[in-house]
Design a protein around this ligand. Sequence first.
Ligand code: HEM
Length: 370
Amino acid sequence: MLFPLDAARDAAFPRDAVEAVTHPDPFPFYRRLRQERPLFFDRHLGLWVASSHAAVSAALGHPALRVRPPAEPVPPALQGRAAGEVFAQLVRMTDGPFHAVHKPDVERVARRWTLADVACAAEDAARDLRPRLPANAFIAALPVQTMARLLGVPAGEREATCRWAAQFTQGIAPGADAQAVAQADAAAAALMAQGRALGLSEVQAANRIAFMQQALDAGSGLLGHVALQLAQDPRQAAAADASRDAMRALVREVERWAAPIQNTRRFAAEALTLLGQPIAAGQALLLVLASANRDEAFNTQPDRLDVHREGGRSTGFGAGPHACPGALIAIEMVAASAAWMRAAGQFDHYFGRCTGFRPLPNARIPVFEH
Ligand code: HEM
């Protein structure tokens, strides 16, 4: 039986799959979506919502489903502006031949760093930030500061570079106000000038920004969920403290289980059929990656957080042509910085209680008491 979404809904459930991102426990709602309507059109959101692994993976691999509405490669608010010029060249925001040509270059850059390079950069960032920032500011800053170190940004330019990366990210987000867009323009110009000074092409300079921009919210979410888990479960924390491999296993399983990027979107370039459902050209889809990870058809006992699980699988870093090229970097960065902080002491006191999640439509980032 289908459950009503607009009326008489279970009060414990979020209203929809976007509200679910910041809900205290969205997973029972996701389970019900998977069981009763794994792919349906949510009239309230004006989006198709895919929640089963079959629906999410079919959508991630479908050639007619694009990362941008085909008629609007750049959001109108950014068109003709510096931020829009960068946006148009990001592999994250493009499909087709442009994406196919430039994604391998981005992947090559990501592979250039060894795990030791990443760990070293993350520990250095943690050592620098932890004494001067409270927990929420720390998890917001660590990923972008780590990426700035990996990209070779000189120490004296790091604060400004990370601020520009954050301003660019905020200004290109849907619904950004005029001031945020103006700041994103200035930030884009400054970051592109850095890239050109390094001898990079325009596309390379734009995607150098992406390494910092993509790390920001996603990396903060992963670090936040790992910190939460370590603070909540002392036995698990002690096991993770035993070795870097043990900490990495915890980070990987927390990523699957908590899914810091809960959803991503796609837009139909032409009419298509997905799992027997007709989707019209121009319609948008919300792919609930967090729900796909908890699908029994994808993982056994998916609701159990089990660092020893064998063959655990995740769509949390995406899949198909737009799969995240930063997955290994993100896992190592979080494992290394968490291990460094555990060794530094006062871990539980520093993070305190989780009071909720930042108000974002796709990233689930814990907010700590202090
Ligand atoms: C070092 C940190 C990170 C870097 C440098 C990074 C970089 C990127 C880049 C450049 C893309 C665009 C790829 C493309 O569209 O072809 C991407 C996509 C993606 N990333 Fe990451 N990322 C990082 C961390 C994370 C984390 C922690 C998560 C979640 C746990 C994540 C989840 C995703 C997802 C889901 C996509 C695909 C989005 C889609 O297909 O719609 N990333 N990442």
